[in-house]
Design a protein around this ligand. Structure first.
Ligand SMILES: O=C(O)CCC(=O)C(=O)O
Ligand SMILES: [Fe+2]
Length: 318
């Protein structure tokens, strides 16, 4: 109930009437999500509030943004690693991205908009914020479901309250003749969750726990909800923060656009394994940490080279 396998990832319909805590569809979604996150590190969420109109407007906004001169786009600077402008990098020549920090807040959306359009651009600001808020609704439901699936729903509210959102506009231009079609290298996300929404050009591949690479197919009005390293740590290593990458079809002539919304816990709340998830069979694997410190660690030489970032950053002695 509540989920079907198309073709390999679990699909959960978040728009379903009556999907509320306490209902049977909620409990079965909790179970399905937990299994999906443990096996694949992600699942597909259908959400019809991402209407075809909102889909169209957010990618029009993306087009407008990427069309700005590079000198303007590079002003999207953020002291937090991987939050600001990325582009013109020889190791990822197809890729360009910009980020709106605190994207669900008017201040966040406005300050980014004013930086890019000093004379204002109300429609961009409204579209970005309304998209970010809609994505955040799905993220919050996913958090509540995951916490409930592990029997620790009492901690969900304070987690949700401490969550902030980074909305990134990502572009991968079509490869030129003879150029590699690797658009983004293999990595894991440092977020708690990442929600991805793409235009009509596919390319995301996810490595499941069994080592199999899955080509992700996005149905209309859908997101991929992907667990990041912070979620894996929180779950005491039960959830998989899946490796993933973007590879474009060699013959594609169009750019892939992705809207990626990353959730982070603010400094006021540590990422910590709930005591209920620690027992003799599951000894504590990770010490509590401040989320943003994981990103700072990833920026160091040791962090970048690490084959097991959570163990190296916050692993308990074995
Ligand atoms: O474009 C995508 O589908 C994936 C983007 C991604 O993995 C990231 O930005 O971390
Ligand atoms: Fe990613």
């Amino acid at each position: 109930m509540g989920s079907v396998n198309v073709p390999e990832l679990v699909v959960i319909d978040f728009s379903k009437e009556g999907l509320k805590p306490g209902s049977s569809s909620w409990s079965s979604a909790c179970k399905d999500i937990r299994q999906a996150l443990e096996n694949h590190g992600c699942f597909i969420a259908l959400y019809d509030k991402i209407s075809s109109q909102l889909h169209k407007s957010i990618f029009q906004a993306a087009d407008q943004l990427f069309a700005l001169p590079t000198e303007l786009k590079v002003q999207n600077i953020n002291e937090k690693p991987y939050h600001g402008y990325v582009g013109q990098l020889p190791i990822v020549p197809l890729h360009e991205g910009l980020g709106i920090d605190y994207a669900t807040t008017l201040e966040g959306a406005q300050s980014f908009t004013n930086l890019m359009w000093p004379n204002g651009n109300d429609s961009f600001c409204e579209t970005a914020m309304s998209f970010a808020k809609t994505v955040a609704e799905v993220e919050k439901m996913a958090v509540r479901m995951v916490f409930e699936s592990y029997g620790v729903e009492k901690y969900a509210e304070s987690h949700v309250e401490a969550t902030t959102y980074l909305l990134r506009f990502l572009k991968y231009r079509a490869p030129e003749e003879g150029e590699s079609n690797n658009a983004f290298p293999t990595h894991t996300d440092k977020s708690f969750f990442t929600l991805l929404h793409q235009n009509h050009i596919s390319g995301l591949e996810v490595r499941a726990r069994n080592g199999e690479w899955i080509n992700v197919v996005f149905p209309p009005s859908s997101f991929v909800v992907m667990a990041g390293d912070a979620c894996q740590a929180w779950s005491n290593n039960r959830v998989l923060s899946a490796k993933h990458k973007v590879t474009l079809d060699k013959s594609t002539k169009e750019s892939r656009y992705t809207m990626a919304q990353f959730s982070f816990l603010s400094k006021t709340k540590m990422i910590a394994v709930p005591e209920e998830l620690v027992d003799d069979q599951h000894p504590l694997q990770f010490n509590p940490f401040v989320h943003i410190d994981l990103l700072y660690f990833y920026e160091t030489d040791q962090g970048r080279k690490s084959q097991n970032i959570l163990k190296d950053f916050c692993g308990t002695p074995v």
